[in-house]
Write a protein that binds this ligand. Structure first.
Ligand code: NAP
Length: 221
């Protein structure tokens, strides 16, 4: 069943990429931005990129409007703006499934992890959004690959969280992206490992001039 999915900070590479792939899966996607006009303009660009392909509706709005309309909300802001963004939208996000994609990292001659008092960005989100159903996912998918609708995605999405039903909904959502398999990666406290894999992948990408992802082997599905 198609969902209405809002992206907070959906105008960057990760938000654009997820918007494209989720629209291709048939969902209604709202690209949120701090500036409603930028959200609308990026949604129009993505619509153009998908012309000729069957896809769900794409629109843009301010983050607040996107969150109000979304049944499922994906957070694609950089870690720098993570806490302030979520605190400002806390009430509007109550009761919703909130998928956190943020990787706490900085660049200084290569990627480095940023310490998070709560353990991970996803746990920080859960601590702020006590009335929301917070799940971590999509951290390890390359935005470059996601943004090219002709590029095959070939990767697992590791999903963490404490709300079993919300986690299953997010795993199902990940499975709807062609080439992706969603995997239950455990409770919120495992989010730190999933987030930090991205730092490893960015290092590998730099050395091999590639856009890598992760696959878990040994599962029988
Ligand atoms: N890029 C990747 O390959 C990748 C892969 C996996 C996970 N991620 C994670 O996904 C998130 C987004 O990555 P990205 O590369 O798309 O990031 P980005 O381009 O730096 O930022 C995404 C959007 O967030 C908004 N934003 C920027 N600074 C903000 C702030 N201080 N407060 C509130 N909003 C702000 C901007 O939208 P407006 O100006 O329109 O509001 C921007 O277009 C990050 O947390 C990253 O760790 C990225």
């Amino acid at each position: 069943m198609p969902h209405t999915i809002a992206l907070i900070g959906g105008t960057g590479p990760e938000g654009r990429g997820l918007a494209i792939r989720l629209a291709l899966a048939g969902h209604r996607v709202i690209v949120g931005s701090r500036d409603a006009a930028r959200g609308a303009s990026v949604a129009a660009e993505l619509e153009q990129a998908l012309s000729g392909r069957t896809h769900g509706a794409l629109s843009g709005d301010a983050n607040e409007g996107a969150v109000a309309a979304g049944e499922i909300v994906i957070v694609t802001v950089p870690y720098d703006g993570h806490r302030a963004t979520l605190e400002a939208l806390r009430a509007a996000l109550a009761g919703k499934i909130v998928i956190d994609t943020a990787v706490p990292m900085r660049f200084e001659r290569g990627p480095h992890p940023v310490d998070v008092a709560d353990g991970s960005a996803t746990e920080e989100a859960a601590a702020i959004l006590t009335e929301s159903r917070v799940v971590g996912a999509f951290h390890n998918l390359s935005a470059t690959v996601l943004q090219d609708p002709d590029a095959p995605v070939d990767a697992d999405v590791l999903v963490t969280g404490g709300d079993a039903e919300a986690k299953q909904i997010v795993i199902a959502l990940a499975n709807e992206i062609a080439g992706v398999r969603g995997i239950d990666a455990g409770p919120l406290r495992f989010s730190r490992f999933v987030e930090q894999i991205t730092i490893l992948l960015i290092g590998v990408n730099g050395r091999y001039k590639a856009h890598t992802g992760v696959r878990i082997v040994g599962l029988d599905h």
